[in-house]
Design a protein around this ligand. Structure first.
Ligand SMILES: Nc1ncnc2c1ncn2[C@@H]1O[C@H](COP(=O)(O)OP(=O)(O)O)[C@@H](O)[C@H]1O
Ligand SMILES: [Mg+2]
Length: 345
């Protein structure tokens, strides 16, 4: 899809989002000794009906971005708009009508739930909370419909979470997220805890539900291979910033940022002829602490293509003619700046 389509009808708009956490010390944590810039200037927008994926290693700020969109966190700076409404500073009361339209699916849907609740009650709870359960016939019909939507059998309604496999539990988590008929679902590593074969089933379920219900997904994963099948567009995050963002095929077929190339090189290729010829060593060392990020380009200490300027100046996120955004000095040419000037917004 073209950039202008995304810009003209965004369901969700995130502009220059910053979420900084104070690091405190001393009695009652009164002394602030540092700042964790968990998210440090992230912008993206979601067109209605698309799947936009955020990928990157653990600690790069994916969940903090998700919680900000859910407004379970208040951003330090920047702007979040849902269906054209600025919700950046909304109070819980102002968020209430919007809550129904934005739901979340977690990696472990039961970590925060009562293990003594039956599956049907877990799925129906959002309806109860939002006062939509007073008509018992309507309520039971809704829960049965939700179970059917996610492929759970009617005879499972009275069972408990511990009787279920990981994949079935995630189906329950998805049914619960669908209860209020949301428009946007924020999926924070929803398949990361599952076996690979089960991951594929749940990804297919997400795609089927999108077709049927016209859902929009913000889909988060640390494993880039997980998002390939279902994404329309992908953004790669590193230490609080987006370093590359493009249409799915462009990102996977011609990754530009050395970090994206490294993430993709870590994904095993099925064809042994390709496997034996591709470069292996594209990334060195561990992720540095976000408390003390490297100077210049935050990726430079781990980048096998780092140049002198990379430790000195941070590259801008710039678009090429195809709207493929990359934040890297390897591409910091006049061509890049020219193209970025043409991108609206
Ligand atoms: N409430 C918090 N207080 C302080 N630091 C936090 C808080 N939440 C997250 N962080 C830090 O922010 C960074 C990004 O975390 P997170 O968004 O959870 O990353 P991801 O989901 O990509 O693994 C990490 O360094 C994490 O330790
Ligand atoms: Mg996370």
């Amino acid at each position: 899809m073209a950039m202008n389509e995304i810009e003209s009808d965004p369901l969700l708009q995130v502009e220059d989002l910053k979420v900084h956490f104070p690091v405190t010390e001393g009695v009652l944590g009164r002394k602030q000794v540092a700042t964790v810039k968990a998210v440090d200037g992230v912008s993206f927008s979601l067109r209605s009906g698309e799947t936009f994926s955020l990928v990157g290693e653990s600690g790069c700020g994916k969940s903090t971005t998700a919680l900000s969109v859910m407004r379970m966190l208040t951003p330090t700076a920047g702007r979040i708009a849902f269906a054209g409404e600025d919700i950046t500073r909304h109070t819980p009361a102002m968020m209430r009508p919007i809550r129904r339209q934005i739901q979340m699916v977690y990696q472990d849907p039961f970590s925060s739930l009562n293990p003594r609740m039956k599956i049907a009650d877990i799925i129906g709870e959002p309806l109860v909370v939002h006062g939509m359960a007073s008509d018992k016939t309507f309520y039971r019909k809704q829960v049965a419909e939700l179970m059917d939507l996610v492929g759970l059998l009617p005879n499972m309604a009275d069972r408990y979470p511990h009787e279920f496999s990981g994949g079935q539990r995630q189906r329950v988590g998805i049914a619960r997220a669908l209860a209020l008929r949301p428009r946007l679902i924020v999926c924070d590593e929803p398949v990361s805890a599952l076996d690979v074969s089960i991951q594929a089933q749940i990804i297919n379920l997400f795609m089927d539900l999108q077709q049927e219900l016209g859902l929009t997904y913000l889909f988060i994963a640390h494993d880039i291979s997980v998002v390939r099948h279902m994404s329309d567009r992908v953004a790669v995050m590193y230490l609080g910033k987006i370093v590359e963002m493009a249409d799915r095929d462009a990102l996977f077929d011609s990754p530009r940022h050395p970090y994206t190339q490294a993430l993709l090189s870590a994904v095993p290729v099925a064809d042994p002829a390709i496997e034996s010829h591709r470069p292996q060593q594209l990334i060195v060392g561990e992720v540095p602490s976000v408390r003390n990020p490297p100077s210049g380009c935050r990726f430079h200490p781990r980048c096998v293509q780092a140049m002198e300027q990379c430790s000195q100046t941070a590259p801008e996120l710039e678009a090429n003619q195809q709207g493929h955004l990359t934040s890297c000095h390897l591409y910091g040419s006049a061509e890049g700046r020219l193209a970025s000037a043409e991108v609206p917004g």
